[in-house]
Ligand binder design. Structure first.
Ligand code: SAH
Length: 251
């Protein structure tokens, strides 16, 4: 059996209990070495075969996984954060399906959750935004035209930008061109949950400069939106004048 496992955002105790158990039981682990904290490999048993996928192609990864399957070994394919977000797992699952190799998926804590924790933020603040947009600037992977930053920015939702910290000037201009005020609250979180985590807070127009000053140009998320500001309404869920299925309103 092949197990796709979300490693979590970095800190080795932010993997799920199931993920850690699967690492312990694995005879082979292929991990995404560019972003997965190698400390997680401490969960592996002695003798486990370990490969870093950073230097491997899709064909090579599939070859290893299919070799493990052929030998009756359980293999873990360890992806950073949650594998469903920019994880390139679909292409691996489809190949395994073609080969008749069974697999399952264990979710992980995505870095956008760890970034919110670092910033002590809530993306979905009442009267501010009830929507989180997860997107990226276009890189080698094209972004469909209807999803360009400029048009997404028009919603003024809470935004999380992956894979874009090397293009902050362009990102900030696009967000502003799309309708965010230049003084919209923004933050940059580098290596959320790692010991070397850095958090930079500022305004949208200043983010490129603040990032340069902090020396951040990779492994970071950009957070943008009024959810980083001070104004919001209290939630209905805990409002004493509001009844719901689990609690009656005060008289
Ligand atoms: N599947 C991952 C994302 C992989 S894409 C997840 O769910 O988090 C790689 C990008 O994710 C990086 O370029 C960076 O933008 C972001 N990233 C991953 N880990 C991060 C972390 N600990 N802190 C900040 N950004 C991170």
């Amino acid at each position: 059996m092949i197990h796709f496992v979300g490693a979590g955002p970095g800190a080795s105790d932010l993997i799920t209990l199931r993920g850690a158990r699967l690492l312990k039981e694995a005879g082979m682990i292929i991990y995404a070495g560019s972003l997965v904290n190698p400390e997680l490999l401490k969960y592996a048993e002695k003798g486990c075969e370990i490969y870093d996928s950073a230097g491997m192609t899709l064909d090579e990864v599939i070859e290893k996984l299919s070799d493990a399957h052929g030998r009756g070994i359980d293999a873990v394919r360890l992806h950073t954060g949650d594998p469903s977000i920019y994880g390139a797992i679909r292409e691996q699952m489809d190949r395994l399906k073609e080969l008749g190799i069974p697999y399952d998926i264990t979710p992980g804590v995505s870095s956008f959750c760890a970034a919110a924790a670092a910033a002590e933020a809530e993306y979905t603040l009442p009267s501010v935004s009830q929507t989180v947009i997860i997107t990226r600037m276009e890189g080698r992977t094209p972004v469909p035209d209807r999803e360009k930053i400029r048009s997404l920015a028009a919603h003024h939702a809470s935004m999380v930008l992956f894979l874009s910290s090397g293009m902050l000037e362009a990102l900030s201009s696009e967000l502003i061109a799309g309708g965010y005020e230049p003084d919209t609250h923004a933050a940059l979180v580098y290596k959320a949950s790692w010991p070397e985590q850095k958090l930079v807070r500022g305004r949208l127009a200043d983010i490129p400069r603040l990032a340069a000053e902090a020396g951040i140009d990779r492994t970071a998320l950009v957070l943008v939106g009024d959810f980083l500001g001070d104004e919001y309404e209290l939630s209905k869920l805990y409002d004493k004048h509001f009844s719901h299925g689990y609690r009656k309103a005060a008289e």
